[in-house]
Design a protein around this ligand. Structure first.
Ligand SMILES: [Zn+2]
Length: 292
């Protein structure tokens, strides 16, 4: 299993954690856009962080880490998104050649964690992550401390061929202050190059070699887009026929490019008309059922 999330428990310390390793599918998903090395690193950090943050989400839910740039900011937007089946995708929109460290790229914009429940489920939840610290790991640690009241350490790594992350979290019970300080200091010795060089289980053995670490079965992560014809059709229906009319008049067709993977979905005018006609038949049928 090339891409995976590994849950673990440091049993004698009352600390839980997750490790993420992603090596498969990186050029396929991200290669169609041109990212500078700094941008690819930031997006890689976001893609490694998202499964860590979403490890506990409910059935059918989807978790987004999303950034919106301020007016005129070089980094316009960045999204990393994962669902409960651990299908992961992400993208960033920025000016060509955008480079810089975390604060330069994201500072001044807004970053949020957003949970979308399955349709019909509880309300969606959104929380702002303050863009503090030197990197995304630090910003997320501060977020956990402030909003979730959970002491958390996160280390993220990204190279052109691997994205990786490690998170440890103090459990509400069974972790004394001494236990947490012990784990905190060991974690402190971990840096991005080691995180990227070593596989998750070796890393855990090395870092916490005096402790009892229980590793649970890994969950596969699929780094791939989930776009589909049905989804794009639903989006066109949402826009409405009137909204599409100018494009149809000009080009005789509508082309939609998936922002995540670059795949093109083309509709000839006759297909657009059919789409709306079929939707109208379906909604008329529902309306007449309601009337009866
Ligand atoms: Zn796509």
């Amino acid at each position: 299993m090339a891409n995976h999330l590994v849950p673990f428990l440091i049993e004698n310390r009352g600390v839980r954690g997750f490790a993420v390793e992603i090596t498969e599918g990186i050029p396929e998903l991200l290669g169609w856009r041109e990212y500078s090395p700094d941008m690819l690193r930031l997006l890689g950090h976001a893609l490694a962080a998202t499964p860590l943050l979403a490890a506990d989400i409910g059935e059918g839910a989807r978790f987004n880490l999303q950034f919106q740039g301020a007016d005129g900011q070089a980094l316009k937007m960045l999204v990393a998104q994962v669902n409960q089946q651990m299908q992961l995708r992400g993208m960033a929109k920025c000016d060509v050649g955008t480079e810089g460290d975390f604060q330069k790229l994201m500072g001044g914009g807004t970053l949020a964690c957003m949970l979308e429940p399955k349709s019909g489920g509880a309300d969606r939840y959104q929380a702002m992550v303050e863009i503090l610290g030197d990197n995304l790991s630090e910003a997320l640690e501060i977020y956990f401390a402030q909003s979730e009241q959970l002491r958390t350490r996160i280390c993220l790594g990204a190279s052109p061929t691997k994205f990786a992350g490690l998170m440890v979290q103090r459990l509400p019970e069974g972790c004394s202050d001494d236990d947490w300080v012990h784990v905190y200091h060991l974690f402190q010795t971990l840096a991005e190059p080691e995180l990227l060089a070593v596989d998750a289980e070796t890393l855990l053995r090395r870092l916490f070699n005096e402790d009892t670490v229980r590793v649970f079965p890994a969950r596969p992560i699929a780094l791939q887009c989930q776009c589909s014809h049905a989804q794009i059709s639903a989006m066109l229906l949402g826009l409405g026929e009137e909204e599409l009319q100018p494009v149809l008049t000009e080009l005789g067709r509508v082309d939609v490019t998936c922002e995540f993977c670059g795949k093109n979905y083309g509709y000839r005018e006759v297909e657009v008309r059919e789409l709306f006609a079929a939707a109208k038949v379906a909604s008329d049928a529902t309306a007449s059922q309601t009337l009866q």
